[in-house]
Design a protein. Structure first.
Length: 134
């Protein structure tokens, strides 16, 4: 019996570590290609663009990311990873191109929006709206 205890402890510890890594950040380490990191937003941040972005946010993003971008949407509790808090400096500090890439390409729980928002200028408008979530 005593010989089996270390094996059981190792299995339990391994399961806990695996779970922690899975929960910690399926979306952490999200590599954005340099092309997108350096990409400038071609859509000027205007009242019209922000209104378009807000409308698209309400339709496609709010259910996970929440009305104010804090990651507290109605579907967020059912996700494997937290959808992120767009009001935090870590998100606001990302380039427009990085936010565009993540929105258009998706990863893990975050779906890509190439088909749901096929007009790239509309995705850029969502990026402009994200910039208001401070």
């Amino acid at each position: 019996m005593r010989a089996k205890l270390p094996i059981v402890y190792c299995l339990v510890a391994g399961a806990i570590m695996f779970s922690a890594f899975a929960v910690m950040g399926f979306q952490d380490g999200w590599t954005v290609p340099d092309k997108y990191q350096k990409m400038a937003n071609p859509v000027a941040s205007s009242a019209e663009s922000i209104a378009t972005g807000k409308s698209l946010w309400a339709k496609h993003c709010q259910s996970c990311h929440g009305k104010t971008g804090k990651g507290d949407g109605t579907k967020s509790a059912n996700l494997k990873t937290h959808p992120g808090d767009f009001t935090k400096p870590e998100t606001q500090g990302q380039s427009d191109g990085a936010l565009f890439y993540k929105t258009s390409e998706g990863k893990g729980d975050m779906p890509n929006f190439k088909k749901k928002i096929p007009d790239e200028n509309d995705i850029w408008s969502v990026v402009n709206y994200i910039r208001t979530l401070k």
